[in-house]
Design a protein around this ligand. Structure first.
Ligand SMILES: [Ca+2]
Length: 383
């Protein structure tokens, strides 16, 4: 199992456990609670709050987005007819609201469309959608395709689309798949695969390239922000510092947490975590940036990057980067300011992503954690 893109159905919230909430307790005191009691979803891959609203949306792998309000779910977007969600790591993989959603009612998605030009019948597609009903839903007819990439293999399709504090759209694309990056995409700056990209959705046609991108004007495709990534499934920005935290899914041995900076090479497929790749390779010198943290496949199988917690509801996690593993369900945390020594703080199941409650403007500390998680027992109950 190489990807979080699997069926799961329960949205859970990370909450402080009262039994262990004293100041002296270790951070291993976080419990999961059902976030949307009574609601079940079809393979939820992302949960995020609508900016400026109390609504949350849940992105479902099959090509739908549900809006949750007042204990009920309603269709927010349905593009199933445009999505090939059959392979395990394919589908509607991520959504981001425009920072000025309240004014322009725009949102952006990353999904895999069917494609006769792709050996895998998958075309990674980054699109803009707009609401034409005041924000109640996104209008499928409004789709503007911004960027497409044919996928050579079924797996490693990335998934996140996230706006940075700079107002630019960041998106992750995996190395193209199979295993070991056989086409060498991640180290090839003439490919968009195996990269974190950054584009300006508010200028250009269909988008603009920020002049501050590291390869603007040469030495690589101009959309590239960072490279040497295997499958940057989930990443986020620290609300306090602006740092970009990314979980890069590993091959057979090591999962890693990267702090991403522009133009940096994160090593794949010459390194897996801090180790030479393939295993047994004695030398892998190069201008590679090692992860800030890693864990072996003794502890998990597929990292799900999370968030730096800047809320108040779970004091044990304050200032910590919180992330998990889809395979083992472990949830870890370490201080974002270091030392980057992970401590397991919770236990989930089939964690496809984390999410957060957006604080009201200026009251960042009121954020609370929510995570997308699933328990197999709950999945069984829902069928
Ligand atoms: Ca790496």
């Amino acid at each position: 199992m190489r990807s979080p893109a699997r069926a799961c159905c329960l949205i859970a919230v990370l909450a402080a456990c009262s039994r262990e909430s004293s100041r002296t307790a270790p951070p291993s005191s976080v419990a999961l609670q059902d976030a949307f009691s009574g609601l079940r979803f079809q393979a939820p891959l992302q949960v995020l709050q609508v900016p400026g609203e109390t609504r949350f949306v849940v992105v479902e792998k099959r090509g739908t987005v549900q809006a949750v309000s007042g204990g009920a779910a309603a269709t927010f977007l349905d593009i199933r007819s445009r999505v090939n969600s059959t392979p395990g790591e394919a589908g509607l993989l991520g959504l981001a609201f425009h920072p000025r959603w309240a004014q322009n009612r725009q949102a952006f998605v990353n999904y895999t469309a069917p494609s006769a030009a792709s050996n895998a019948n998958l075309r990674s597609t980054i699109s803009r959608f707009a609401s034409t009903d005041g924000g109640a839903t996104l209008n499928p007819a409004s789709e503007q395709v911004l960027l497409t990439v044919e996928q050579p293999f079924e797996n490693h399709n990335g998934g996140s689309v996230v706006f940075g504090p700079d107002g630019l759209l960041y998106l992750g694309l995996g190395d193209g798949g199979l295993g070991g990056d056989p086409l060498g995409n991640a180290q090839n700056r003439s490919s968009l695969l195996g990269k974190l990209l950054r584009i300006d959705v508010d200028s250009g046609t269909p988008y603009g390239i920020p002049p501050s991108n590291p390869f603007f004007g040469g030495a690589g495709l101009e959309e590239i922000y960072a490279f040497g990534l295997r499958n940057p499934w989930r990443f986020s920005f620290d609300r306090a510092t602006g740092a970009l935290w990314l979980g890069d899914v590993g091959q057979g041995d090591w999962e890693e947490v990267d702090v991403v900076e522009p133009g940096v090479n994160y090593g794949w497929n010459r390194r897996e975590g801090r180790h030479c790749y393939p295993p047994g390779t004695s030398s892998c010198a190069g201008s590679f940036r090692d992860p800030v943290a890693e864990y072996s496949h003794d502890e998990g199988a597929s990292i799900t990057g999370g968030y730096v917690y800047r809320g108040a509801a779970v004091p044990q996690l304050a200032g910590n980067y919180v992330y998990g593993d889809f395979g083992s369900g472990h949830i870890w945390a370490f201080p974002a300011s270091g030392p980057f020594t992970p401590v397991q703080v919770g236990q989930g199941n089939a964690i496809s992503s984390f999410g957060e409650e957006i604080p009201p403007a200026g009251t960042m500390t009121s954020a609370r954690w929510r995570s997308t998680a699933a328990a197999r027992s709950a999945a069984a109950r829902s069928r």
